[in-house]
Write a protein that binds this ligand. Structure first.
Ligand code: PEP
Length: 243
């Protein structure tokens, strides 16, 4: 399978800035062939970015969705609306949603079920906090997050893209070593019945992407901060295993 490079813009880039970023990225990646490139802008930029990337090699994803399809959920967004503006992917259970916005494993499970039902490809994030790693609880945390997320949908796990994102590496500049990432990827893979795609996320940058992507276990990257600058994201997309 082609490696996946996904850029999570978080709460950055209003619609004008989003368009400018996409236009520049398209210029810089015109020659890229064997990569799946996913742009994950904020909700307010989805429609305009969706227009720009239609019929291009870029795919569109959203950062979150609600588990209901419609109704009295002020401030929430339905997965059906995401599909209507061209999304194929949706991030579910990002650590900032879990730890800053208080999202629970149960909510994440409900979101995953709905995403699969309506035909969005979920990118499910899981990762341990620094104190959990230091206490030797990494595998226990990942196991709980994945098990709870997949409750009643274990047989559909192969339709989900997993992202191992150690919380201590997100937005901190600290990257997991290849060995740390590979260990957890193998652990996640061991929990799944069928082969699945597993991405690494956590301070992926032009300087470390080649080393990480050399590992067969790492099938792509979920990139935050470094996806906001067209030059750095383009360099990440163009990672090489030969250096
Ligand atoms: C992310 O937002 O998923 C992420 C990995 O962020 P960063 O690359 O900035 O650490």
């Amino acid at each position: 399978m082609e490696p996946i490079i996904a850029g999570n813009w978080k709460m950055n880039k209003e619609p004008g800035e989003s368009r400018a970023l996409v236009q520049k990225l398209m210029e810089l990646t015109g020659d890229v062939k064997d990569r799946i490139m996913i742009l994950i802008p904020p909700f307010t930029s989805l429609a305009s970015v969706g227009e720009l990337v239609r019929n291009s090699r870029f795919k569109l994803g959203a950062q979150n969705m609600h588990w209901e399809r419609s109704g009295a959920y002020t401030g929430e967004i339905s997965g059906l609306f995401l599909k209507a503006v061209g999304c194929d992917y949706v991030v579910i259970g990002h650590s900032e949603r879990r730890h800053v916005m208080g999202e629970t494993d149960e909510m994440i499970n409900k979101k995953l079920k709905t995403a699969l039902e309506i035909g969005l490809i979920p990118i499910l994030c899981a990762g341990e906090k620094e104190e959990e790693r230091e206490a030797g609880k990494t595998e226990a945390v990942i196991e709980r997050q994945i098990k709870e997320a997949l409750k009643d949908i274990e047989n559909e796990a192969h339709k989900i893209i997993f992202a191992y994102e150690p919380v201590w590496a997100i937005g901190t500049g600290k990257t997991a070593t290849s060995q740390q990432a590979v260990e957890v990827h193998k652990f996640i893979r061991g929990m799944l019945k069928k082969p699945s795609t597993i991405l690494y996320g956590g301070s992926v940058k032009p300087e470390n992407v080649d080393t990480l992507m050399k590992e067969e276990e790492i099938q792509g990257a979920l990139v935050g901060g470094a996806s906001l600058k067209p030059e750095s994201f383009a360099r990440i997309i163009k990672f090489t295993k030969d250096s």
